[in-house]
Design a protein around this ligand. Sequence first.
Ligand code: SIN
Length: 298
Amino acid sequence: MSIAIDTSIRAGVSSQALEIKPISGPLGAEITGLDLNLPLSGLDLARIRMALVRHNVVVFRDQHITPEQHVAFSRRFGPLQVHVLNRFHLQGHPEILIVSNVIEDGKPIGLVDAGADWHSDLSYMPKPSLGSLLHAQELPAEQGDTSFANMFNAYETLPAEVKQLLEGRRAVHSYVYRYRRLQKLSPWRADLTQKQIDEVPEVEHPVIRIHPESGRKALFVSEGFTSHIVGLPKDESDALLRFLHEHSVDPENVYRHQWRAHDMVFWDNRSTLHYAAITPQQLRRTLYRTTVEGDIPV
Ligand code: SIN
């Protein structure tokens, strides 16, 4: 049997003076004392990972890092997923998706409406994302917040009869379903090519998933990517998904992140949904996103 040893442990890298400060509200913590320009020890990584699982979203302030460092840090948590919209990859860094409302030479430099409805990143993949790391590049003086909903709470606060109704149910997640819906609202979404469509066939996942690291149950459906619940008539599935959506994004269950320059935000896609309204074009907003691959949901 081979045992994986973190290279930072082997190299004897010393730990940074991390402090984890929970944000008051349903989720979130700020991690201070971390500088992503310095080497990270195995202990630093373990503490970040534990904070992520416990608080669902962790915020690192004032990180002056290059795209290479962003990718290298993200990779410490698992393999990275490459987004199907290759048009918005950062040049030379296909693991980075540009999220931006900036138009240059009449063309968008990034995906302007990446967060335009509530979703969990890449839930349409057979192995949905463990988490996403979003690093602020250029921020407007106002607007541009990102909101996160706690999907452990969403499950735990469901009425008993709804929990029973959902037990053992599966739902379909589809990239193309969401894309075509957003396409009606956004002039920047060109038609997908057949190759892109073939890369993201729809998938089924359990409606309630067990978090692989904490063992807690989380609701795993979203307004964005979940087209329907398997085995229910369309009107019943639509009504149930609408109910679950409204229940999940109740303001009491949401943390709204107001971005500061050079913030890096790391969220757990297995236990949160997120949303960011499109920021008007005159308020320039650009962020770089990586997504770490997770497990097959159970
Ligand atoms: C996203 O959905 O990954 C983008 C979120 C944002 O624009 O803040």
